[in-house]
Design a protein around this ligand. Sequence first.
Ligand code: ATP
Ligand code: MG
Length: 226
Amino acid sequence: MVHFSRVTKTYPRTHTHALKDVDFRIDKGEFVYITGHSGAGKSTLLSLILRRILPTEGTVLIAGQDITKVRERRLPFLRRKIGMVFQDHRLLPNLSALDNLVFALRATGERGNLEQRALLALRQVALAHKRKAPPIELSLGEQQRVAIARAIVTTPPLLLCDEPTGNLDPDTSWEILELLNDINIRGTTVIVATHSRDLVDRLRRRTIVLRNGELVRDDTTGGYSL
Ligand SMILES: Nc1ncnc2c1ncn2[C@@H]1O[C@H](COP(=O)(O)OP(=O)(O)OP(=O)(O)O)[C@@H](O)[C@H]1O
Ligand SMILES: [Mg+2]
């Protein structure tokens, strides 16, 4: 599903070596944490998967495709395979929960009964009853659940989450994590970037640890502590 081969990313303007010679592969159906301190390179790694940026050296394969070789006009097709959840949900403030999802479906060119599909996704995150609420009328945890519903409404095979619980209290974080686990159990490959030790220790899954851009551990048994 995701294959990094000797990937180095140096940001040209600042000459920051955000990733150095990183090698790993994530198979279909896995749940993987990317951890490491602030600045370790977690978001850079996710940006490469989304092909928002290109590697300086090495190759990144997504579903067998080399991202450096994907033509610009084919990019929407690549990105359609990937759902993304950000720390700050990034919902559209003027749209209801349901319409945020409908908007996302429409943006990927989907047709048909979009409201029905949006409602199904809201149901998956147990928020169908809040479908008419705009983000401001939702708690932070609920907003994050809507953001997850929006990321999976297009049924992408791969879900990326960048600090999905960054702004949430421990109980709400746990709910979000259980939700991501459910989504994974139903067959979606899930990659979660986080520096939360609690999260990683609570639901143990394969954990890739970055330190100053280097992959220093890739532990299939999971957990932060050794
Ligand atoms: N667009 C950019 N231009 C220049 N340098 C950047 C850029 N984005 C990130 N960096 C640098 O690359 C390094 C890795 O950053 P990255 O955002 O990947 O870290 P992170 O592990 O996600 O950190 P955090 O936990 O704070 O989100 C940092 O030193 C950062 O300053
Ligand atoms: Mg980051």
